[in-house]
Write a protein that binds this ligand. Sequence first.
Ligand SMILES: Nc1ncnc2c1ncn2[C@@H]1O[C@H](COP(=O)(O)OP(=O)(O)O)[C@@H](O)[C@H]1O
Ligand SMILES: [Mg+2]
Length: 378
Amino acid sequence: MQNPFKFGSVVTGGDFADRRRELTELVRELTDGQHLFLLSPRRYGKTSLVLTALESLSSRGTLAAYVDTFRTTTPVQLLELMAQAVLRAAESRPERLLRLAMDLLGRLHPQVGADATGKPTLSLDIGTSPRSALALQEEVLDLPERLAMKRMCQLVIAFDEFQEMQRFPGAGLEKAMRSHFQHHRHVSYLFAGSRQSVLQDMATRERSPFYKFGRVMSLGPIPQGEFAPFLEARFKRGRLGVSVDVLAAILSAADDVPYNVQRLCHQLWDMLAGKADRITEGDIGRAIAIILDQDAPYFSTAWDRLSLHQRQVLQAIARAGGRNVFASDFLTVHRLGSHSSVQTSLRQLLKEQILLKVNGEYRIADSFFREWIGTRSP
Ligand SMILES: Nc1ncnc2c1ncn2[C@@H]1O[C@H](COP(=O)(O)OP(=O)(O)O)[C@@H](O)[C@H]1O
Ligand SMILES: [Mg+2]
C-alpha cells in the first residue's frame, strides 16, 4: 500500500486539503480582475493553492498561466518563460502553439520544442543588441493583454516566488512590468512569494514599482477544522485509527505548517502501518526523532552558518518561547547580552527565515528545527 501522505512537491486534486475560504476568495478576486499579492512563509502551501486556483479558473474558461520566477536567473529567461506560459495557457498542441506565437510574437522568430515530459516549449530569438532585448521586453509584456483580447476572454497570470526577480541587476524589468501591466484590462496578475518581507516591500513601499498595484493577502496555516478531517480520512484509508486528541497533538507538534504536518503523518504511517491499529500520543515523539535523524545533516549545516549569538538566541527561544525576548529577565537568564545585540541577531534570523514573527511572537519557523535545537541545548 502506498503512503497516503505527500510532502515535498506541490499537492493538487485529491491530495489538496481544500482551503475553501482562501480558494474561493482567490478565484473571486482574480475573476473580478483584481491583482493580488499572496504572501506566506515557505511550505505553507502557496504553490499548491495557486495551481489549484488556476485549475479552477481554467475549468471556467479563463486562460490561466503559471510562471515560477525561481526557475529563471536573467530577465530574458523570465520574459521567455512568461511568453511560453501565456501562450501555453491558450494552446497545448505544438503546431497550434507555434501558429499562435507566430501571430502574436512574429518579430521574435518563435520556435517550438518539447521538454522532458513532452510539453511544448517556446524559445524566442533575442539577438545580441540592447535594442533587440528591449523589443523582446515590449512584445512579451504586452502579450497577455493582446492574447486576452484576441481570444475575447480573461487571462490570469500567476508569478510564483516573484520576489526572486529582485535579484536581477537593476530595477528595469520590474518598472517595465508595472508600466505595461497597469494598462491591461483583461488580465489579472497574482504575485506569490515566500520571502515575505521582500515581496511585501515590493507591494507596499512607496518607491517600489509595484506600489499599491494589488491587494496583499497573507496565507496562514490550514485551519485545523479543515485539515484534521482530511488527515483522519487518509489514515483511515491507510488502515490506521487516530483519535481526535492524537490528531490535535500531531497538528500542534508541527505548528500546523502543512509541509511539517504531512511529513509527520507520513513518518507515523511508515512506522506503524501493518504493525498497529491505532496511533498513540507516544508514537508522535518517536516519529519526530526519526525525522530529526533524517534531517540532521541539513540542520547542522544551517546551524554552522549562524553566529554564536544567533545560536544562543535560538536556544533561548526554543527553550522559553519568543514572546518576551527583550524582557530584562529573559536577557539575563539566557545570558544574551544587550538589547541591541539581540535585535541584530533577530533581524538576521528573520531575514534568513529561520525565525518568523507571528502576532508579536518570535517563532522558529520549522518546528522540527526547534526540536533539534532543543536536543542540543545544555
Ligand atoms: N492544501 C493542502 N493540503 C494538503 N497538504 C498541503 C496543502 N498545501 C500544502 N500542503 C503540504 O505542504 C507541502 C508544501 O506545499 P507547497 O505548495 O509547495 O508550499 P509553498 O509553495 O508555500 O512552499 C506540500 O508538499 C504538502 O505536503
Ligand atoms: Mg512554492
